[in-house]
Ligand binder design. Structure first.
Ligand code: BF8
Length: 650
């Protein structure tokens, strides 16, 4: 049977990406959108999570009906296989964040010791974190304190007994007590990863309930050994984000400039490239360009956007299409979410694809190794390569969509509190809490995570957001979802037109106190590791109101789920008591035990996340139906708190 290919309009809502898909088709260039269609239909066993490849007796596939095999060769059941496979996925999601955090901690250590050319940009945050960790700050130099904080972070990868420093720093005591009582609190990020890999092995952990506990632990590892450490230390090193304005969409690539795209997740290297682009700009001008233009892809984009206002070219699903503009001179990648297919596309143009990290190379790409100590030499080399590639650009192949959208970003918790202070200097969270209590802000939903070439790019993220805004639900965004919301005007003040009148008035009041006509209805809180900022905000609100995080009328959603990292982040928030929606099915439906535990449909399962934490995993592909489910859950949480549910909420 011939595979049905989707039309270009069915592949993405972004008209600039549509234009580039037409160009790619005309030039016979294959992209991830094509491969997503060509690989249909997907394996039903894989989708249900019942395929086991843990040993050489397999692969064993458990029947999806009562008629076929119900156990693998070793006797493993569907429940055991699905639980183990989910633990593998969540571990694979947590590891990149944990390694990201560890590498930032090492960079802070080297910078503090004068071994790497970075300076601590936010000494105030350094002091706050140091005090939170119980370190003595009086009389200490910034670098001395930086070293102590870096070592405290690194101790979370070495301890054999006890609890994570960052969990004690950022968690709420009552939650930590609950996790301790359940026996799911992590001891050390790396140790928990090793334990998780060990228990997944054939013949080790075959108790689905015990494996679910391992999955919950991995969620805490992701949050406290990954997200939180990464964000805190990056803020200390590179500065805590403040309000910035930038542009989105492929139109930020400029025909008359040398264009360098930075792609991946780590700001360490990208920060230096920005610095060196400024230093050698004159050489670009001598070549006939107007200058050097840095644009971002995926979460490296979010990092540079949040702190430097660098414009954002594209998110995950359409990363290859940035090259199809024909005007990208160099595309450098660091880690995570980098499609190997970039190389095949780059080969059709003059673009040099450069890998930079020893464990994240792309076959056929150039390689310039980045180390923090040699960051300056590295960045200079990259920029000079871009200049030489610019000279090779074939103008007949250049076509850049003429579309750009302005958006605001930089909403760290510190920035949000600073904005609220304009309304109440003494008690900045009060205006927000008052509006939540009254129902003018019915609740909040974090729209986070990915875009996927299998789905209509951006459309699910945006439709979900618009439906929630109509019901006075404030949106915060991170990751590639934040790109989607910004591209479609929801991160600009004018986006308030999508809100119901009550929320719109709140946004205008806060915005106007801060010199804007309005706050945007969706606040950009950063990259995927910056989901820690969302957690920080929830913890601050919960403490201010005197409730647990799980009681707040909030939820998280990842409508266009692509990465295991999104599942790890989602598991972190389930532990916090926050409902998590995914728009793409997690491979768990082959197990009634795992599905019941996470979807909180109790049946014969002894305990659910709803009973443990007050949170559910919600799978719903339709964004409007998903928004309605989240609204219902938000209303239930309001009612449990005794808060009014205004008629307009329904
Ligand atoms: O870490 S949102 S597609 S780029 S996984 Fe990847 Fe998903 Fe984008 Fe950022 Ni997060």
């Amino acid at each position: 049977m011939a595979t049905k290919l989707r039309s270009i309009e069915e592949r993405t809502a972004d008209t600039g990406v549509q234009q580039m898909l037409r160009k790619a088709q005309a030039e016979r260039i294959e992209t991830a959108f094509d491969r997503a269609d060509l690989l249909e239909p997907r394996c039903k066993f894989g989708l249900a999570g019942v395929c086991c490849k843990r040993c050489l007796e397999g692969p064993c596939r458990i029947s999806l009906t009562a008629n076929g095999p119900q156990r693998g060769v070793c006797g493993a059941t569907a429940d055991q296989i699905v639980a183990r496979n989910l633990l593998t996925l969540v571990t694979e999601g947590a590891v990149p964040h944990v390694e990201h955090a560890r590498e930032v901690a090492l960079t802070l250590l080297e910078a503090s010791e004068g071994k790497a050319p970075f300076e601590i940009k936010d000494p105030d945050k350094l002091i706050r974190i140091a005090q939170g960790l119980g370190l003595t700050v009086d009389g200490k130099e910034v670098n001395e304190l930086g070293k102590e904080v870096a070592l405290a972070a690194l101790s979370d990868f070495q301890r054999q007994y006890g609890t994570l420093e960052w969990m004690k720093l950022k968690g709420i005591d009552s939650s930590i007590e609950k996790w301790n009582n359940l026996g799911i609190s992590p001891v050390n990020g790396h140790l928990e990863i090793a334990k998780a890999v060990n228990r997944q092995a054939m013949g080790v952990d075959a108790d689905p309930v015990n494996l679910i506990k391992g999955i919950l632990t991995m969620g805490l590892v992701d949050g406290y050994s990954g997200l939180h450490i990464a964000t805190d230390l990056q803020d200390i090193l590179f500065g805590t984000p403040e309000l910035v304005k930038a542009e989105y969409r492929l139109g930020v690539i400029k025909e008359d400039y040398v264009n360098i795209a930075v792609h991946g997740h780590m700001p360490i290297m990208a920060e230096k490239v920005v610095e060196w682009a400024e230093k050698v700009e004159e050489e670009a001008i001598q070549l006939g360009a107007k200058g050097i233009n840095i644009v971002g892809i995926c979460c490296t984009a979010n990092e540079l956007l949040m702190r430097k206002g660098i414009s954002v070219a594209t998110n995950y699903a359409s990363q290859e299409l940035a090259i199809v503009t024909g005007a990208l001179d160099v595309l450098i990648t660091d880690v995570q979410c980098i499609m190997p297919g970039l190389k095949q596309v780059a080969d059709c143009y003059h673009t040099e694809l450069i890998s930079t990290i020893p464990y994240a190379k792309v076959e056929g790409a150039s390689y310039v190794e980045f180390t923090p100590e040699k960051a300056d030499e590295f960045a200079q080399e990259i920029v000079l390569r871009a200049l030489s590639r610019y000279k090779m650009r074939d103008s007949s192949k250049v076509e850049i969509p003429n579309e750009r959208v302005e958006a605001y970003a930089g909403f760290s918790v510190e920035q949000i509190v600073a904005a609220l202070k304009k309304l109440d200097q003494e008690d900045p969270l009060k205006p927000l809490v008052d509006n939540i209590v009254s129902g003018n802000v019915l609740g909040a939903v974090a729209i986070v995570g990915c875009t996927s070439p299998r789905l209509k790019q951006d459309w699910y993220n945006v439709e979900l957001a618009k439906h929630l805004l109509k019901h006075n639900v404030l949106i915060v965004g991170t990751g590639c979802s934040a790109h989607s919301l910004a591209k479609f005007g929801l991160m600009a003040p004018s986006g308030r037109e999508y809100c119901a009148p009550e929320l719109k008035a709140v946004l205008e009041a806060i915005g106007q106190a801060n010199g804007l006509e309005s706050l945007p209805p969706a606040l950009h809180m950063g990259s995927c590791v910056d989901n820690s900022r969302i957690d920080d905000l929830l913890v601050a609100l919960a403490k201010r109101i005197g409730v647990g995080v799980g009681q707040l009328p909030v939820a998280g959603s990842c409508p266009e789920t692509h990465s295991p990292k999104a599942l790890a982040i989602g598991t972190f928030f389930l532990n916090q008591g926050v409902d998590v929606h995914i728009g793409v099915p997690a491979p768990i439906e082959g197990s009634s035990v795992v599905s019941k535990a996470l979807f909180s449909n109790k049946g014969d399962f002894p305990v659910t996340t709803d009973e443990l934490f007050g949170s559910k995993l919600i799978y719903e592909p339709d964004p409007i139906k998903a928004a309605d489910i989240l609204l219902e859950r938000i209303i239930q949480k309001r009612e449990a708190l005794g808060l009014p549910v205004p008629a307009f909420a329904h």
